[in-house]
Design a protein around this ligand. Structure first.
Ligand code: ZN
Length: 243
């Protein structure tokens, strides 16, 4: 899927959530130098942005083999874009399905915009690999998470920026249970625990109680997916962890 080398440099689209935290670990295991980028698009809850540095610091502290590879963090101001899509991600609304059958957390074209900004940053920073947690499995119906979309965008970015970017999506075909398995195989119990404790998924921005699967309200669609994936992984005997 890509030609990683000992000199390879990557940029991870990193929100501080479960998926992008696993992507960050995946990139650190694979690439020589890894930077992160976050997008401030006026999220309803500051906790999402706060957990980014908590996860980064915890990885640096607990995984010395990755610490030297973990480079700068960048935060891009996307509030203008956030204002365009008046959705449940940025406005105070209840979660529901739109007439197209998409959750109203869907922001039209978000991944296209984020990846384009990420590519512009990567161009300046000489980072070839763009790593994102987009996923077609457990599909929420987001058309810009499809690998076909990302293949087309990769071509457009390479043509339009005269570059040789590789858009890597390690979670594309994984279920949420398999994402836990990937975390376990990358960093064992310590990485699983780090992601449970420090990554943030809940749409409501609730840290609150610590469940087996992490912090969150336990009721929103994001918590629901995360809990189900966790339970499935546990029921399968926690694959990925050494016996
Ligand atoms: Zn929640």
């Amino acid at each position: 899927m890509s030609e990683a080398s000992p000199q390879s440099r990557a940029l991870v689209l990193f929100s501080g959530g479960q998926d992008s935290s696993v992507c960050l670990a995946w990139a650190l295991a694979r690439h020589a130098h890894v930077e992160t980028v976050g997008f401030d698009y006026g999220q309803r809850h500051a906790v999402e942005m706060e957990q980014r540095s908590v996860v980064r610091d915890a990885i640096r502290a607990q995984f010395p083999q990755w610490a030297a590879r973990l480079g700068e963090d960048h935060v891009l101001d996307m509030r203008g874009f956030g204002a365009v899509g008046d959705t449940a991600m940025t406005a105070e609304r209840e979660f529901e399905l739109t007439e197209k059958g998409l959750p109203n957390t869907y922001v039209p074209g978000r991944n296209l915009v984020f990846l384009t900004y990420a590519a512009a940053l990567a161009d300046r920073r000489k980072l070839r690999f763009l790593v994102g947690g987009m996923c077609e499995t457990d599909f929420s119906g987001y058309p810009d998470c499809r690998r076909d979309t990302l293949d087309a965008l990769q071509s457009a970015l390479n043509l339009g920026m005269a570059q040789d970017f590789v858009v890597e999506t390690p979670l594309m075909w994984l279920t949420k249970a398999q994402t836990w398995e990937l975390a376990a195989s990358l960093g064992g119990e310590a990485l699983v625990e780090l992601i449970v404790e420090d990554s943030h998924t809940c749409y409501r921005g609730t840290r609150g109680a610590r469940h087996d699967w992490g912090h969150g309200c336990g009721e929103c669609p994001a918590c629901d997916l995360r809990r189900k994936g966790w339970n499935e992984w546990v029921a399968a005997g926690r694959p990925g962890l050494a016996a």
